[in-house]
Design a protein around this ligand. Structure first.
Ligand code: AMP
Length: 114
């Protein structure tokens, strides 16, 4: 998607602080972190929202969680706990329409979020 910010990061057209990647997924640090660790894990394939995930994407979605696990390991968050969250749609707080898992940790997290 030519106008998609995260597709541009996938294609290295704009810079990002990349943490790790796999064949179909990429993890990079959020530009406005809300915690000591705030990493976004995205599919390299453009999928606008969680509502647009189709059966053919099931392996890619699995890979997102596996790459998130790697981020959690790299960041030393396995025993401390952390949050994996995907905002869906403008009403759900989504501002970039290319799905991404937020990996948030490194501080105590409260629930429910705002
Ligand atoms: P969401 O509101 O769930 O769609 O999350 C989008 C996230 O992308 C926000 O936390 C932003 O801070 C982050 N973000 C926006 N632009 C960039 C960028 N160029 N590099 C890294 N993170 C970004």
């Amino acid at each position: 998607m030519p106008d998609c910010l995260f597709c541009k990061i996938v294609h290295r057209e704009i810079p990002a602080d990349i943490v790790c990647e796999s064949e179909h997924a990429l993890a990079f640090r959020d530009i406005s972190p809300v915690a000591p660790t705030h990493v976004l894990v995205i599919p390299k394939k453009h999928i606008a929202t969680a509502n647009d995930i189709s059966p053919e994407d099931k392996d890619v979605i699995g890979e997102l969680y596996l790459l998130a696990q790697k981020v959690i390991e790299i960041e030393g968050l396995i025993s401390s706990g952390h949050r994996l969250v995907m905002n869906v749609g403008a009403g759900g707080g989504q501002s970039v329409f290319h799905i991404h898992l937020h990996v948030i940790g490194g501080r105590s997290l409260s629930w429910p979020p705002g």
